[in-house]
Design a binder for this molecule. Structure first.
Ligand SMILES: [Zn+2]
Length: 603
């Protein structure tokens, strides 16, 4: 995860009730546009830095005061960006050099919500957005409303979904969590109307079209691109789905149909977006890798700093400069004993130049060891584009930032662990199915979910789906893409999309789908550059200066060029390609074929 810079603006909402201003009556010139963009770059750099400083303190020292200071700094940043976005429209017909045009275009789509210029409507939208976000945040399900101690928040719900194997309990909790959202339905419909109005004022047909216009191609074409990518991986997803369904049926009986959709409450996650938690139910035989990295880290008494130093060495082995001294002075690597903090791992670039930090409550575990490699990926990306104008200091598209961290985490292979002296010998490849299965339950299972959230929202924003069909269209898509269904019919009295944070929180979701695809494409291309000849899931780019150079060539472009240009630097092609996923999971694919021979596939 990565907060701040323009990612900050993207993940929050626009809160400006200001009217559109026009500074002069005469047509603006290219020089006016240049002056305007220079001003934007200077001002947003200053405000983003202030917001990051406030955010860092708020998350590493949680008090009412630090929260208030953080909210204020964010608001100032967002208001300013919103004003600039509206101002940018006046250069729509000015003849300007490509760099300036790109800056102006990026500015218009920097925020995910545009408020209408009518002050009353602007304020209404801002308050609805805040209410929806808060309604989710406060969401609790109480088995007995008279007993507050029976109330469960999303963390407790998540934990039950993770560990429970009691079908009735899981169903009850699943249905319980989905009671938090029906009250959001009316607000959401109004939110759609008003945010569309704001998007139209910026020149977009609707909010969904505004989101899609961030991807350097016509909205229509981008939608087709996503379908094409999904079609590439769908056959593998179908096999995984068939196998998991078969195993869940062995465990839960007839509640899991032999050839229909999997019940939405049985996949170990409230949204069925990550199936890792059902691994014990589907684990292949003889798949123990023969080493336990968590135990090794503990036995060797590696400190959090040692673990991060190891991660840093991965990057310096690729040719990147070491992290600045301030990283070690200012990062939060250990959970403090004396105060509340947000432990969720994140990477920061507080001054948008070199004040890199990570914030994590590191434990000596395999998972945290990987996460460190992931977070540092954000930091090295951030530093690579530090010399660009502020508007370009971000990843090539919003899928790239997460993809880089994950790409590096894919290189944490047994061979890598041997090279850095963590284990003595890599297990032979017959043990790989377990590891690949775990990874598939996370990454392959996620893909259809990552795709459908915005498929639903784009239809809602465009008016293709009307409020009367919100829930029906939601479940149509979940069935179509995921092959998942609720056990009892979900009528329009519910509003099930609202039970997923990113809908009431208004956070675009396609980036996670893209990140999932891109990381394998990057991993394959960089592994080839590194001269790896083993199977793709065993390749690590550790110590490859050539791979490091390619990586840095792309990272240092930031957001200054359309993303296909950035992709070319690593992958030698302008097209995203999901076949790297198929290459990576080839041994699992073959194994799944064996397992589901003669069994139903699809739903
Ligand atoms: Zn991340």
């Amino acid at each position: 995860m990565r907060p701040r810079t323009f990612g900050l603006a993207v993940s929050l909402f626009l809160a400006c009730a200001c009217t559109r201003t026009t500074s002069s009556d005469t047509a603006p010139t290219a020089a006016d546009a240049k002056k305007f963009i220079d001003d934007v770059n200077a001002t947003t750099l200053k405000l983003a830095t202030e917001a990051s400083q406030a955010g860092w303190v708020a998350e590493t020292y949680i008090t009412g005061d630090t929260s208030a200071l953080n909210a204020r700094a964010n608001q100032r940043f967002i208001d300013t960006l919103a004003r600039y976005a509206k101002d940018a429209v006046r250069f729509d017909h000015t003849d300007v050099p490509p760099d300036l045009r790109r800056s102006l275009d990026l500015l218009k789509v920097a925020l995910v919500m545009a408020t209408p210029s009518d002050p009353r409507e602007g304020e209404e939208l801002t308050s609805i957005a805040a209410n929806l976000d808060a309604a989710y945040g406060k969401g609790k399900w109480c088995e007995d409303p008279k007993k507050p101690e029976s109330c469960l928040d999303i963390n407790q719900i998540t934990e039950i979904m993770r560990v429970s194997r009691d079908e009735k309990k899981l169903r009850q909790v699943w249905e319980g969590w989905h009671t938090i959202s029906p009250s959001m339905r009316k607000d959401y419909a109004r939110f759609v109307d008003l945010s569309n109005k704001g998007a139209k004022e910026l020149g977009f047909p609707d909010t969904g079209a505004m989101w899609r216009s961030k991807y350097d191609m016509p909205a229509e074409e981008f939608t087709k691109e996503l379908d094409r990518l999904w079609d590439q991986v769908r056959p593998l997803y179908l096999k995984l789905h068939a196998y998991v369904r078969m195993k869940l049926r062995e465990k839960y009986g007839d509640v899991v149909p032999a050839n229909g959709p999997i019940p939405a409450h049985l996949l170990g996650n409230i949204w069925a977006q990550d199936w890792t938690n059902v691994y014990p139910l589907v684990a292949p035989k003889n798949s123990d890798p023969g080493y336990d990295l968590t135990a090794i880290l503990k036995n060797r008494k590696l400190t959090p700093v040692d673990m991060v130093k190891t991660g840093e060495r991965f990057y310096t082995s690729l040719g990147f400069s070491p992290l600045p001294q301030t990283f070690w002075e200012r990062s939060m690597l250990v959970k403090p004993r004396d105060r509340d903090v947000v432990c969720h791992a994140s990477a920061w670039d507080v001054d948008n130049v070199e004040d890199l930090r990570i914030k994590m409550c590191i434990e000596p575990t395999d998972e945290d060891f990987r996460t460190i490699h992931h977070e540092l990926g954000h930091n090295f990306y951030q530093r690579s584009y530090k010399d660009l104008p502020m508007l370009f200091r971000d990843s090539a598209n919003d899928g790239f930032h997460e993809a880089i961290g994950d790409t590096i985490a894919l290189s944490v292979t047994p061979e890598y662990l041997v090279k850095i002296g963590m284990i003595e010998k890599a297990p032979d490849s017959s043990r790989d199915i377990g590891l690949l299965m775990q990874r598939a339950l996370e990454k392959i299972a996620f893909l259809p979910f990552g795709l459908l959230i915005d498929q639903w929202r784009w239809k809602v924003f465009s008016g293709e789906v009307k409020p009367d069909d919100y829930n029906k269209s939601w479940w149509d898509l979940r069935l179509k893409y995921q092959g998942v269904a609720p056990v009892a019919a979900r009528s329009e009295e519910f509003f099930d999309p609202g039970a997923k944070y990113h809908v009431p929180g208004n956070v675009p979701y396609t980036r996670y789908f893209l990140a999932d695809i891109l990381q394998f494409q990057f991993h394959r291309a960089l592994s080839q550059t590194a001269g790896c000849t083993s199977m793709l899931h065993r390749c690590s780019i550790y110590q490859s200066a050539d791979a490091g150079k390619k990586l840095n060539d792309m990272l240092s472009m930031g957001l200054s060029q359309p993303w296909p240009e950035a992709l070319t630097k690593i992958a030698g092609t302008k097209q995203m390609d999901a076949t790297a996923i198929l290459d990576y999971f080839k041994p699992l694919d073959t194994w799944l074929d064996e397992q589901i021979k003669g069994k139903p596939v699809g739903w």
